[in-house]
Write a protein that binds this ligand. Structure first.
Ligand code: HEM
Length: 422
């Protein structure tokens, strides 16, 4: 039965089984093919064959993530459950690091620069760029826009070594969203399960991220962010992330070497911040850019244009006035940014706070129960899995095949007319 299901469906409906560990390897390319690996190897041969972290960039994560393990407790959600536990622990570890290293801003920038290479006009993964962990490779870290981000990778690498089932792509986004939340920002409705690229050749070419001082900042921002599939509201909301952090002339060429707000850290001193309290996530970025009263604070040409361009200005003014509106739009835009270009395994993603929070479709049992009795949860799960295996959902009817319907109608008419003729 399992071989006829997609990986995601199999994850959901395979029943609990035995303690002898072996694994069913579902290839992501051909999810219907099912193979058993050697029982002597607890997981697959891919899992047995570990690379050192230093060459782990040739990691086999994408293969590992598409496995459904069979353990004594059973088939089924083991792979997802394992990831979830690792994800939760990774999040806790990130929170601990933030308490002592105050690296919130650079972690946000790391997540943004991994995702922000996305090009919606390219369909193929990973050529389309986006949140795929490519930023861990030296070739991409060396892009001018990524100056300094090697320091963020140094924070992430020990966590990656500890939780090997969590991909770099997920860790970058987890770290960024956690940093926003821990700095007092909104809770971001994140999902996980991003697949990593495996070799540096899969990195995007240089030049996909925005420049801070282009000749026409508004046109430039639109060109870059529209290419990512984002709109004016999202450009302005996301720019609000500059409420955190500093610009350092020795990295980006922008900002002062230090100001009264940055000379004592916390973290490595120096740089110029956009806001006074640059480790606190709030709407002060918009207030400060609007007022421009304090010469200690940074305003990049691409920041200034948010109050100059008529369309951007609508949102910038709103966010300067209304922090709640900013938080709401920021959380949505950040979640969208974090998913750009990503390939998820399982395709619907993994949710740290349980799937209910993130699965938007509501199960309407009445539509599927024949009598007065409510369907059991297992039955609901099975029905959902069956629907999803063929690309549908219990809440949305499957697309009808109009061509087939017309053919049946024509055949029926032909049959009837032949009866009448005879
Ligand atoms: C709108 C176009 C953007 C431009 C031109 C831009 C440019 C820059 C520049 C020049 C820096 C200074 C880097 C350094 O010297 O270390 C910086 C830092 C930063 N950017 Fe942006 N950025 C943009 C959008 C974003 C977005 C969308 C986010 C997040 C959602 C973001 C988050 C950050 C953060 C948090 C920092 C501070 C990093 C630190 O303190 O280490 N930026 N950005």
């Amino acid at each position: 039965m399992a071989s006829s299901l997609s990986g995601a469906a199999a994850n959901r409906i395979l029943p609990v089984a035995s303690r002898a560990r072996f694994s069913l390897s579902l290839s992501s390319a051909s999810r219907s093919s099912l193979s058993l690996s050697s029982p002597s190897c607890p997981l697959s041969s891919a899992k047995c064959f570990r690379f050192s972290p230093f060459i782990s960039h040739l990691s086999l994560n994408s293969q590992r993530r598409s496995m459904v393990n069979v353990s004594s407790r059973g088939f089924g959600t083991v792979a997802a459950a394992l990831d979830l536990e690792q994800l939760k622990s990774a999040k806790d570890d990130i929170k601990e690091i933030l308490k002592t290293q105050f690296c919130h801003p650079i972690l946000v920038r790391l997540g943004w620069h991994d995702a922000g290479t996305y090009n919606k006009n390219i369909e193929e993964w990973p050529q389309r760029g986006g949140a795929n962990g490519s930023l861990r490779f030296e070739v991409e870290l060396k892009h001018g826009a990524n100056a300094g981000l090697v320091n963020a990778l140094k924070v992430i690498q020990p966590i990656k070594d500890k939780y090997s089932d969590v991909t770099y792509a997920d860790l970058f986004q987890l770290a960024s969203a956690t940093a926003i939340e821990e700095a007092g920002g909104p809770k971001i409705p994140m999902k996980y399960g991003r697949v990593d690229v495996t070799v540096p050749e899969q990195c995007p070419e240089e030049g996909r991220l925005p420049a801070a001082g282009p000749p026409s900042p508004a046109d430039h921002l639109r060109e870059v962010f529209y290419r990512m599939g984002l709109n004016d509201k999202e450009v302005v909301a996301l720019s609000g992330a500059h409420t955190l952090g500093r610009s350092r002339p020795e990295r980006s060429g922008w900002g002062k070497p230090e100001t009264k707000y940055t000379k004592d850290g916390p973290g490595a001193p120096g740089g110029q911040s956009w806001t006074v309290q640059w480790l606190k996530f709030d709407n002060s970025y918009f207030k400060d850019i609007k007022e421009r009263k304090d010469e200690n604070l940074l305003v990049l040409p691409t920041d200034a244009v948010l109050f100059e361009d008529p369309s951007f200005k609508v949102y910038a003014e709103k966010y300067a006035e209304d922090q709640e509106a900013f938080f709401k739009d920021y959380a949505e835009a950040h979640a969208k940014l974090s998913n750009l270009g990503a390939k998820f395994d399982p395709p619907e993603g993994i949710f740290l706070d349980g799937p209910k929070q993130a699965v938007p479709e509501k199960f309407v049992a009445a539509k599927y129960s024949s009598g007065k009795r409510e369907l059991s949860d297992t039955m609901k799960q099975k029905i959902r899995a069956e629907y999803e295996a063929v690309g549908g959902s219990p809440d949305k009817p499957l697309q009808s095949n109009y061509f087939l319907n017309i053919m049946i109608l024509i055949a029926a008419l032909a049959f009837l007319s032949s009866l009448v003729m005879n």
